[in-house]
Design a protein around this ligand. Structure first.
Ligand SMILES: [Zn+2]
Length: 282
């Protein structure tokens, strides 16, 4: 039971009126931290790896890490490829054992985005794997991920209807003022509701680190069912790691700073789960 398809988590979130966190994993300590936070909060969770994480860890290692965490967990876990770059990477993730994929076709014209996303859905759905698609172009900064100039291009509700119908995606990531890795004070809530009403799919917001708690809560009320969080995990890890590394300049074993980094991530993830409303829902 603990390893699930993302759609299972999204359906439960839909029924319960909350959102799931998709937490980006860079190393073993961050993986353990997210798993521990999920256990302590009693929260379902998405362990996810973007192309930069995959380049660093390796596809097979990433899948193995996620799958072990799911096997040991008592809460439902999806192992997700974040910002999959192309069809080949999606296929490699499926073969490695991921239970959920994002394909990010936003750098390409709409027709091309739809065509590749449709093929990814066909492949994934044939083997019980869920797909998150994206429409619109987000700004901000994320290593290894295409980002638009300036504020980017917001998702158009009419285009979203066509995209959802022609691709068959299980969830839709949107650009409504959210930015990767950057703090944003508000989202275009009217647009968010219009997209949600038009497509009827669970909505995904990337750039969850930089959003105020009250904005997150309102977005959940309007149908956001998954938030991606990366920057806050990186900050939590580095704060703990660097603090201990500086406190102990003569230290010859990396375990103490790594452990402090891990603790920093646990705190960041637990706080997010409470705002998303996923605590106690496992
Ligand atoms: Zn993203």
């Amino acid at each position: 039971m603990p390893l699930v398809n993302l759609s299972v988590l999204l359906r439960a979130a839909e029924e319960g009126g909350y959102a799931i966190g998709g937490f980006n994993i860079q190393n073993l300590e961050m993986l353990q931290a997210v798993a521990r936070a999920a256990a302590e909060e009693g929260s379902p969770v998405v362990l996810q790896f973007n192309p930069a994480n995959i380049r660093y860890i390796g596809m097979e290692y990433a899948a193995a890490l996620g799958l072990v965490a799911a096997r040991l967990a008592r809460v439902p876990v999806a192992v997700h490829l974040d910002h999959g770059a192309d069809f080949a990477q999606a296929a490699a993730a499926v073969r490695a054992g991921f239970t959920s994929l994002m394909y990010d076709g936003t750098p390409f014209p709409l027709d091309q985005n739809i065509a590749v996303t449709q093929r990814v859905c066909e492949l994934a759905h044939a083997v019980g794997v869920a797909v998150e698609g994206e429409l619109g172009q987000m700004g901000g900064v994320e290593e290894g991920v295409f980002v638009a100039e300036g504020l980017g291009t917001m998702t158009d509700p009419d285009e979203a209807v066509r995209y959802a119908a022609e691709t068959g995606v299980d969830a839709l990531a949107v650009a409504v003022g959210n930015q990767h890795g950057t703090s944003v004070e508000r989202l275009d809530m009217e647009r968010l509701s219009a997209i949600r009403a038009a497509v009827g799919l669970p909505i995904v917001i990337h750039g969850g680190s930089g959003l105020p708690d009250e904005v997150i809560r309102e977005a959940v009320q309007r149908g956001v069912r998954k938030f991606n969080v990366a920057t806050q995990l990186n900050q939590g890890f580095l704060e703990g790691f660097l603090r201990v590394a500086h406190e102990r300049p003569g230290e010859t074993n990396p375990r103490a700073p790594l452990e402090a980094g891990r603790d920093g991530v646990v705190a960041a993830v637990r706080a997010k789960m409470r705002v998303f409303g996923s605590s106690g829902r496992a």
